[in-house]
Each structure stands twice: as structure tokens, then as C-alpha cells.
Ligand binder design. Structure first.
Ligand code: AMP
Ligand code: MG
Length: 341
């Protein structure tokens, strides 16, 4: 299969969106930009189309997809809302949609089990990206997980999607770099005793601090040792092919003779103790200078991908501050590093 790329720039925007709609309506899949990462889209109510998403990604069927809506009004097409959570769902949607917050809610029976991996819940969000919203408005709810092969780094550019899925999908819409750069925050909304419970299944651009206003935020647990509450957040996720070594203390890094190391640095500041410790084969700096976490988030997957190159034996990663969106970056870094240990 040949993979076409349509550029969704100012002039070609309408044409690109029209092409994407045509392909989706025909029951095929399309890679579409969102503010978080690129998604691999299919019509959520078309089981055969959804099956093509799993096939292209080599995604196991136990890992459910996120469903994109045009707006809060479409919520009732895919979810049912018990009275106890209705109010808080509305508040969260009004505060964060369109935006990088995914809500896990009791599922409507019309949503195919393949989309939710047989779970009684469905994950939904409204993207800030106009292309995704327009497609959902025109065609109805759209299932779209990240457009990478299973277990690999999420793509934040059309080129990254190409390197993951070339020859496996018919069309990529190139809308430039993703403005948030990390996957959405996922929260399961549940009834609580006094306040609703917000179970944080995946940290992301909408931070724990921001969510606290709306309910009691609790951490996701594990159903069993090897089955996390949010499927697809296994330790082995987000891992490049090259091993990642995460050091909380720079002085603990001991290079082995004759090996090539790349450095994933937060600020690129020699005072942080990393930069001149070793003759790095390659260095990527997430946010040069003072270090801005939002900028680091945008560049994170991009940088990880750039360092995941032949000839490099390991990527040495420096931690970023574990607050706000920094917590989401650290979550991805720890998972990437966990794979090798
Ligand atoms: P992706 O869009 O590729 O980041 O993948 C979607 C992720 O959303 C999955 O890997 C799950 O972690 C999560 N997810 C989707 N549906 C549910 C659900 N019903 N319950 C819990 N987590 C979900
Ligand atoms: Mg993913």
C-alpha cells in the first residue's frame, strides 16, 4: 500500500480535511494531527475500520482506543452518565474541552466492544485540533489511538508517523508539529462519598493540580501485577529501540569504555553536571536555558526519536522537575527506562 501525505497548511486545509473525510467514510484509516500526538483515526461505529487500526499498529486487542467527539453534545452517543457523575463530567468538559483531557465513562451499548476492548467503560475526548473536530462533526465519533506501532514512541510529526506506519495506511494529514507533544491526561470519573473521584490513569498536559478543583484525585492502581488499570500504560510503553538510562543523580552515571552514549538533557546547562561528564555522541536539549516544562513536553518524543539511532548504545536521560506537566514527562521517561531494567 502506498502512503500519501496531504499537507494541511493554510491554503490546503480544506482539501486535506476533505481527503481525510473521504478515506474515513470509505471505512479506511487516516493519520490525523491532534494537539497531543498524531492519532490513527477510524469511524468508531465501524468495527471493520476499527479493526484496521489494530492491524496497522499491531496493537493487541486488550488495549482500548480513545474516541474523539466534535463536542460535549455528542457525549451521549458513546457514554451513559449516572446522575452521580453527570455534574462533574459537565464541569470538566467545560473547563478542558476542546483539549488534552480524556474522560473514562460508562460506555453506551452502541460502541463496539473492539473499541473498548470489552471494558464496560469508554475513553472520550474533544481535540483542540480543528481537523479532528471537523471530521468528528462530519462523520460522527472517531476512534483514534496514537499513530505508532504498539509499544513504540508516540509520533509528534507527520514524518514520525511515516517512519512508523509507511505502507500500512493510505493517508497521513500533515498538520505540522503537535502543540502539546504528550498524550492526553486520562481520568476515570467515578462516584465518590462526598466528592466525585477522579482516578488519574495517565498523567498528561492537564495536570493533577488543575484536576483537584473538580474532585478527589487518586492514583491509578493495578488490577493485577501485570495488568494496569489503564491498559496500554504498561512499563514497556514509550520505549525506543536504544536503551534509556534514567539517572536521578548525574554523578551516578559511569560510562563504559568504547560505548556511544547520547544525552537527553533538560536544560543543557553545564552546571547541572551532565554536559561535560562524557564525550556524548549526540545531545538533545529539551528546553535550553532556564528550562520550561511546556517546551520540554513538546520536544520530548521528538528528541527521544532523534536519539533512537543506529550506532548509539544507550540514551542517558536527565530528569526534569516532577511537577505539573513535568510529571507527565517523568512518567514517560520512567516507562522508557523501565523496559531495559
Ligand atoms: P493511545 O491513544 O494510543 O494513547 O491509547 C489509548 C489509551 O487510553 C489506552 O492505551 C488506555 O490506556 C486508555 N484507555 C482507553 N480506553 C480506556 C478505558 N475504557 N479504560 C481505561 N483506559 C482506557
Ligand atoms: Mg499510544
Amino acid at each position: 500500500m502506498q502512503t500519501r501525505v496531504e499537507i494541511a497548511d493554510f491554503e490546503n486545509w480544506g482539501v486535506a480535511a476533505g481527503e481525510a473525510a473521504k478515506v474515513l467514510a470509505a471505512g479506511e484509516v487516516v493519520a490525523v494531527p491532534t494537539e497531543t500526538v498524531y492519532g490513527l483515526a477510524a469511524l468508531a461505529f465501524n468495527t471493520e475500520a476499527v479493526a484496521k487500526v489494530f492491524e496497522a499498529k499491531e496493537r493487541p486487542s486488550f488495549d482500548p482506543l480513545i474516541v474523539h467527539l466534535a463536542g460535549i453534545r455528542d457525549l451521549r452517543r458513546v457514554a451513559v452518565m449516572p446522575e452521580g457523575i453527570e455534574g462533574v463530567v459537565r464541569q470538566l468538559a467545560e473547563a478542558f474541552w476542546p483539549g488534552p483531557l480524556t474522560l473514562v465513562l460508562p460506555k453506551h451499548e452502541d460502541v463496539p466492544d473492539l473499541v473498548t476492548s470489552g471494558l464496560p467503560t469508554v475513553a472520550v475526548r474533544v481535540s483542540k485540533h480543528e481537523i479532528m473536530r471537523r471530521l468528528a462533526k462530519e462523520l460522527g465519533p472517531i476512534a483514534a489511538p496514537s499513530a505508532n506501532r504498539f509499544g513504540r514512541i508516540s509520533p509528534t510529526s507527520a514524518r514520525a508517523v511515516m517512519s512508523e506506519l509507511e505502507g500500512r495506511i493510505p493517508l497521513i494529514i500533515d498538520g505540522g508539529a503537535c502543540s502539546d507533544g504528550l498524550e492526553s491526561t486520562i481520568v476515570a470519573v467515578e462516584e465518590g462519598e462526598k466528592r466525585p473521584t477522579l482516578r488519574l490513569l495517565r498523567p498528561g498536559p492537564v495536570t493533577r493540580e488543575e484536576l483537584r478543583k473538580f474532585g478527589r484525585v487518586v492514583k491509578a492502581g493495578r488490577v493485577t501485577d501485570d495488568r494496569p488499570e489503564a491498559p496500554g500504560t504498561l512499563e514497556s510503553h514509550y520505549a525506543p529501540i536504544v536503551p534509556v538510562l534514567l539517572f536521578d543523580k548525574p554523578e551516578e552515571f559511569e560510562p563504559e569504555e568504547g560505548r556511544n552514549y547520547a544525552l537527553l538533557s533538560y536544560r543543557g546547562d553545564p552546571k547541572d553536571g551532565y554536559l561535560d561528564r562524557h564525550a556524548w555522541t549526540r545531545v538533545e536539549v529539551l528546553s535550553p536555558g532556564k528550562g520550561k516544562l511546556a517546551e520540554a513536553a513538546v520536544r520530548f518524543f521528538f528528541a527521544l526519536r532523534a536519539l533512537d539511532t543506529e550506532g548509539i548504545d544507550a540514551i542517558v536521560a536527565e530528569p526534569v522537575s516532577d511537577v505539573g506537566i513535568g510529571s507527565a514527562i517523568m512518567d514517560r521517561l520512567r516507562r522508557a527506562a523501565a523496559r531495559q531494567s
